[in-house]
Design a protein around this ligand. Structure first.
Ligand code: ATP
Length: 446
């Protein structure tokens, strides 16, 4: 993990938040390449959920909802972690994650590991951030920053079902920020106070819920593999009955083998009728499916795949990170799926001082940037420029050299195989487009 953190910082993917004030625990800022990578993760998710399907529509609901939403959803009463305090080192830990935690003493120990540790009994601590709406403090209303995007979907069920004229099975997908007051052992961007979630609620007839649950576990697993995560590092773990969230009748985690061990990457839950029923009762608005023709009515069951954008981004970074020795030189390379890489192609004039080369390179760059994320780099020796692009995971390098001036060809360098081929400059755009849509598998084996 240390190498990922160092690379993410060195290349401007991720910075510690509020760093000049000493940082704020479990909060991070995303730099240029981090933003581009995150945007690509969200775009691939939305493509798979909305653009490539006929049965799922998009939604963007508010972060601050009516406070009754969170009472009805059970979050006010039940969205909490068990916490213990240590009376000796004055630190607070999640009772269910003591194995992963480290206490403040040096050399650091696990809480409870030494006779000096003096842990309290676990107490429930609600994870929602509270704030107030209203200009005047005294007359304001307590509200919460949403801890999941799902509730914004449930309370819009009627709007969407009516206006989008959808009949179950159909889904509503949403990408947006969620907030949780997490006590965490600080595993970089794995678990943060604020994070974007990609959630999809899939409404199905009651007797089809179990089949759709299995379908979505398979579908989501396939998405991670499609975008390059090695299958050997993924597994599905069904929850034990005592692990299930308050709303869930069945949950499976898609887990990844992180440097910290197997941990949840994405959760797929069968939420049954819990949420629609709760909101129907609390709001007085019936959230159910009624067939206008036959009069048939039922409360749909809900299957939910939920994935954190930054957790997904971290997984792609870890899975893509590679080091190898090429011609006695060590190189660090991010073997990201070409459709995830922050920069698709780098345009590199071999000699920065050669006006003719620069002119050709700039013209190619201007053409490509209208279609892809491309970078122009004429700074430093060509080997150094390649290594910089390798570290940010750019799959294709396009070099303009003397031969370009003679025969209008450029070299196309493949990040993974390091093979170079000469192609006509006029065909670069079509070639890159073609490569981007070709099948890609990680060459990493270990
Ligand atoms: P965990 O036990 O790992 O905190 P959870 O079971 O509480 O996760 P869910 O409520 O199922 O998580 O949330 C769905 C997904 O949202 C998770 O699989 C994860 O990808 C992401 N997620 C949840 N909490 C966080 C967080 N604090 N930071 C980043 N991503 C998160």
């Amino acid at each position: 993990m240390d190498k990922i953190v160092a690379l993410a910082r060195r290349r401007g993917f991720v910075f510690p938040a509020s760093e000049i004030y000493g940082g704020l625990g479990s909060s991070y800022d995303y730099g240029h390449y981090g933003v581009l990578l995150k945007d690509n993760v969200k775009a691939r998710w939305l493509e798979a959920m909305v653009r490539e399907r006929d049965d799922i529509v998009a939604l963007d609901s508010s972060i601050i909802l009516h406070p009754k939403v969170w009472e009805a959803s059970g979050h006010v009463g039940g969205f909490s972690d068990p916490l213990v305090d240590c009376r000796t080192c004055k630190q607070r830990f999640r009772a269910d994650k003591l194995e992963e935690a480290q206490c403040g003493r040096k050399p650091s120990k696990r809480p409870g590991e030494t006779p000096d540790c003096d842990l309290t009994d676990p107490r429930q601590f609600n994870l929602m951030f509270k704030t107030r709406v209203g200009a005047v403090e005294e007359t304001g209303v307590d509200v919460y920053l949403r801890p999941e995007t799902a509730q914004g979907i449930f309370i819009n069920f009627k709007n969407v079902a009516q206006i989008a004229r959808r009949k179950p099975p159909f889904g509503i997908a949403q990408v947006g920020k969620s907030f949780r007051n997490e006590i965490t052992p600080g595993n970089f961007i794995f678990r943060t106070l604020e994070f974007e979630q990609m959630e999809m609620e899939y409404f199905v007839p009651p007797d089809a819920a179990r089949d759709w649950f299995r379908y979505w576990v398979d579908e989501r697993l396939a998405w991670h593999v499609r975008y390059g995560v090695r299958e050997s590092h993924l597994r599905v773990r069904p929850h034990e009955a005592d692990e299930l969230s308050h709303y869930s009748t069945e949950t499976s985690d898609i887990e990844y083998l992180y440097p910290i061990g197997w941990s949840e990457l994405e959760g797929v839950a069968n939420r049954g009728t819990y949420d629609l029923t709760q909101h129907s009762e609390a709001s007085g608005t019936k959230l159910e499916w009624v067939d206008a023709g036959t009069g048939e009515r039922f409360v749909p069951h809900v299957i939910e795949p939920a994935l954190g954008v930054n957790r997904s981004m971290l997984t792609f970074l870890i899975d893509a990170y590679d080091e190898e020795v090429v011609g006695e030189r060590e190189r660090t390379v991010l073997r990201l799926h070409p459709q995830l890489a922050p920069v698709t192609a780098a345009v590199l004039p071999l000699i920065a001082k050669d006006a003719a080369m620069v002119e050709k390179a700039r013209a190619l760059f201007e053409e490509l940037r209208r279609h892809f994320s491309v970078e122009y780099d004429d700074n430093g020796a060509i080997g150094r420029r390649y290594r910089r692009q390798d570290e940010i995971g750019t799959p294709y390098g396009l070099t303009i050299d003397e031969q370009t001036l003679e025969d209008e060809t450029v070299t196309l360098r493949d990040r993974d195989s390091l093979e170079q081929e000469r192609i006509p400059i006029g065909g670069v755009r079509a070639r890159v487009a073609d490569l981007l849509t070709s099948d890609w598998r990680s060459p990493k084996t270990a």
